[in-house]
Design a protein around this ligand. Structure first.
Ligand SMILES: Nc1ncnc2c1ncn2[C@@H]1O[C@H](COP(=O)(O)OP(=O)(O)OP(=O)(O)O)[C@@H](O)[C@H]1O
Length: 323
């Protein structure tokens, strides 16, 4: 068992309640009551743009449960750009916290609750999630290079399952990139990092830091029309990018800096296929459906899931990245 220590600082119920950030539990009468989450912090397991992720033991219910906790500083005074960046993230979480805990799908990381805690000098937002015991798909690609075609198809099918679920609720993920897909040891994919997802009818501007991080995977309409004019089909472009990355071992727009990517997108170009990679006709057809410049001509997740290209070889089972 990894090292654990009591969680600090103290949960600030009033703040969290005000922000709607405590987990709500339905009691026998069906009424929703607010519950403080009791937990013990373990070792760090990752670091993102906005916070650190720790392994933790949730002791709120009878049986202790291993969970992941993303801890994000929530600045009270906006002194510099970094404070503003953090504040925008916390605001975004407040906007979608209810939507995230309501999601329930095998290929989406389960959000378990939110808690804002008051320390002596700071406030910290804790985001409790299902723990996924593996690493990010982006990490595996950087370590191992490209995947075998069956592995790429297997992961694509799972990501599409998660997207179909989100899209059926008119939720746009917006932040889909290889680093946002977590893999467990059996090759199960879970979409994580959903704090910037949004309902189609409530699109707001994405923070610059997130756009910078995700830009190579982003659909042209998201970059060109920051506030409106895009829909769930934006995620299908990102999925096409991840598939291309798995088949080639190179990130989308692998030759270009961010500014050049933006210019090329404005010229209606799509991520190039490296010259040493030859894709089958079926693979090309699948890519064309993901990279249609007009989102109305881009295929939906449910149609793509049934595309002939994604049919796995007979009897194939996941046995590692090159199997
Ligand atoms: N639920 C989880 N279970 C296990 N590990 C996780 C979980 N969530 C995140 N991690 C680990 O923590 C790392 C950081 O996650 P985080 O969501 O903060 O940032 P990110 O996805 O790398 O990108 P960004 O910088 O865009 O936020 C991940 O790469 C992953 O290794």
């Amino acid at each position: 068992m990894p090292h654990m220590q009591a969680s600090d600082p103290v949960p600030s119920t009033s703040i969290a309640q005000k922000a709607g950030l405590l987990s709500t539990v339905a009691d026998a009468s069906g009424a929703h009551r607010v519950d403080a989450i009791r937990w013990i912090r373990g070792e760090p397991i990752g670091k993102g743009t906005y916070g650190r992720v720790y392994l933790a033991l949730s002791i709120s219910t009878g049986k202790p449960q291993l969970v992941a906790v993303k801890q994000v500083d929530s600045p009270q005074v906006l002194r510099d750009e970094s404070d503003q960046r953090q504040a925008r993230f916390v605001h975004s979480v407040e906007r979608v916290s209810k939507l995230l805990v309501d999601l329930n799908h095998p290929h989406i990381v389960q959000y378990l609750g939110f808690q804002e805690c008051l320390g002596d000098y700071s406030r910290v937002l804790n985001i409790f999630m299902e723990y996924v015991s593996g690493s990010a798909l982006g990490c595996c690609l950087r370590e191992k290079g490209k995947f075998s075609e069956d592995v790429a198809k297997f992961f694509t099918l799972q990501i599409l399952g998660g997207l179909r679920y989100l899209h059926s609720r008119r939720i746009i993920y917006r932040n889909l990139k290889a680093d946002s897909v977590l893999l467990d040891r059996d090759g199960n994919c879970k979409l994580s990092d959903l704090e910037f997802s949004t309902r189609e009818d409530k699109i707001n501007k994405l923070p610059f830091t997130t756009v910078q991080r995700t830009l190579p995977w982003m659909a042209p309409e998201v970059i060109c029309h920051q506030k409106e004019g895009y829909c769930v089909k934006a995620d299908i472009w990102s999925l096409g990018c991840i598939l291309l990355e798995m088949l080639t071992g190179k990130r989308p727009w692998y030759e270009d800096e961010l500014i050049m990517i933006t210019i090329k997108m404005n010229q209606n170009k799509r991520p190039p296929i490296p010259p040493d990679v030859i894709l089958s006709d079926l693979a090309m057809n699948f890519q064309n459906l993901c990279f249609a410049i007009n989102p109305d001509e881009r295929e939906s997740a449910s149609h793509l899931e049934r595309h002939a290209y994604l049919k796995l070889s007979n009897g194939w089972r996941f046995q590692g990245f090159n199997g």
